[in-house]
Design a protein around this ligand. Structure first.
Ligand SMILES: Nc1ncnc2c1ncn2[C@@H]1O[C@H](COP(=O)(O)OP(=O)(O)OP(=O)(O)O)[C@@H](O)[C@H]1O
Length: 341
C-alpha cells in the first residue's frame, strides 16, 4: 500500500547541509499498524511527513496505492490528502471552535454538504467516546480528550491511512494506553492502515505489527514486532529496549556466581502456555533455576524469554543431556541459545 523507495532528504542551513534521510526503503502493507521508532533527531518526523508530502524528498519515490505521489499535481495531491489523515503530538485543534466544529472543518473543506458533515462528525465523536463533549471547546478538555478530537478529525474524510506523529508523547501513561487502545480499535474496525512514530518501545509493543528502527537517517532494523523484540540485532534497538525495561543481557550481572550452563529460551504463541520447563526438568532429571525472565504480550501475542541455569544429573554426560534438551525445545518451537557453558 505504501512503498518508500530510496528516499533522501537534505536540510540546508546557513552553516551546513544536513543529510536527514539517507536512502530509506520501506514497504507498508494495507491494514497493518506500522511503527517507526528512533531517538530525537533520527529523522522520524521527516520520514512520516513524506507519506503525505508535508515534506518532499530530494530523491526517491513515495508510492501510495500504486501511484508515485511525488509526481502528482497540486490538485491531485489535495485529493490524495483526503485519503491520508494525520494526528499530531500537540493536537493542533482550532481553539476558537467547538469539538464538533473541529471535526466538521475538514469535511467543509472537502465540500461535504452541511447535514451530512454534521452527521458524520457526530458519528466519529461517538466512535472516539466524546459524544457528551461535542459542544465544548478544546480548552475544556483533558489531553487525552483533545487527542480523541484530533483522531476524529483525522478520520473525517474516511482516509485509508492514518499517520500518527508522536500522538501519545504529550499524554500520561494511563491516557496513552487508552488512546493506543482506540487506535487499535480503529485499525481493526475500520481496517485503516496506521503509521506511527514514537520514542517509546512500549507504544510499539502495544499496537504495532511491524517496526522500523531509524538511526541517523537510516533504517537500522526492520521486521515484525515480535521478532524485533525477542531477537534485536542492532545496538540502537537493544538500547531502546533496555530503556523500556527489556534488557536481554541483564543476566550477565549474576554470571560470575552461576554454576551450570546458562541458556536463553525464547518463545511466543502457543508455547507460552505449555509447562515446558517442568516437563524437561522431570524427563532429564535436570536442576533448573531462572536467572532472568520476562513474560507478557506483544500486541496480541503472548511471549516469554527466560534465562535459566541448568545443572545435569551426575549419571548422564552433560553434552548428551544438553543435546536432548535442545532437541526438545526446538521441537516445541522454542529458540534455544547457550549463553555460557
Ligand atoms: N526544516 C528543517 N530545517 C533544518 N533541519 C531540519 C528541519 N527539519 C528537521 N531538521 C533536522 O533533521 C533531522 C531529523 O529531524 P526529525 O524532526 O525528522 O527527527 P525526529 O526523529 O522526528 O526527532 P524528534 O523525535 O526530536 O521529533 C534533525 O537533525 C533535525 O534537526
Amino acid at each position: 500500500m505504501i512503498q518508500i523507495k530510496n528516499i533522501h532528504k537534505y536540510f540546508k542551513t546557513k552553516e551546513k547541509v544536513l543529510h536527514a534521510l539517507q536512502g530509506i526503503d520501506l514497504n507498508i502493507e494495507a491494514g497493518k499498524v506500522f511503527g517507526i521508532i528512533g531517538r530525537s533527531g533520527a529523522g522520524k518526523s521527516t520520514l512520516i511527513r513524506m507519506i503525505n508530502l508535508l515534506e518532499r524528498p530530494d530523491q526517491g519515490e513515495v508510492i501510495v496505492d500504486g501511484t508515485d505521489i511525488t509526481k502528482l499535481s497540486v490538485d491531485e495531491l489535495r485529493k490524495l490528502r483526503h485519503q491520508i489523515g494525520m494526528v499530531f503530538q500537540h493536537f493542533n485543534l482550532l481553539n476558537s471552535r467547538t469539538v464538533l466544529d473541529n471535526v466538521i472543518y475538514p469535511l467543509r473543506i472537502a465540500g461535504v454538504d452541511k447535514e451530512s458533515r454534521k452527521a458524520r462528525a457526530l458519528e466519529l465523536l461517538k466512535l472516539v467516546g466524546l459524544e457528551d463533549h461535542v459542544h465544548k471547546y478544546p480548552r475544556q478538555l483533558s489531553g487525552g480528550q483533545k487527542q480523541r478530537v484530533g483522531i476524529a478529525r483525522a478520520l473525517a474524510t474516511e482516509p485509508k491511512i492514518l499517520l500518527c506523529d508522536e500522538a501519545t508523547s504529550a499524554l500520561d501513561p494511563e491516557t496513552t494506553q487508552s488512546v493506543l487502545a482506540l487506535l487499535n480499535e480503529i485499525n481493526q474496525k475500520l481496517g485503516i492502515t496506521i503509521v506511527l512514530i514514537t520514542h517509546s518501545m512500549d507504544v510499539i509493543r502495544n499496537v504495532c505489527d511491524e517496526v522500523a528502527v531509524i538511526d541517523g537517517g537510516k533504517i537500522v532494523e526492520l521486521g515484525e514486532v515480535v521478532n524485533v523484540f525477542l531477537h534485536p540485532q542492532h545496538s540502537t534497538t537493544k538500547a531502546l529496549l533496555s530503556e523500556s525495561g527489556v534488557d536481554a543481557d541483564a543476566w550477565k550481572l549474576f554470571s560470575d556466581n552461576v554454576h551450570g550452563d546458562v541458556i536463553r529460551l525464547t518463545y511466543h504463541g502457543v508455547a507460552a502456555a505449555e509447562p515446558l520447563l517442568s516437563h524437561i526438568s522431570r524427563e532429564l532429571e535436570l536442576n533448573l533455576s531462572i536467572l532472568q525472565g520476562s513474560v507478557g504480550k506483544i500486541k496480541d501475542t503472548p511471549f516469554g524469554q527466560l534465562v535459566i541455569v541448568v545443572n545435569y544429573p551426575e549419571h548422564t554426560p552433560a553434552e548428551q543431556a544438553k543435546a536432548k534438551m535442545k532437541a526438545f525445545f526446538e521441537e516445541k518451537n522454542v529458540d534455544f541459545e547457550v549463553l555460557q557453558a
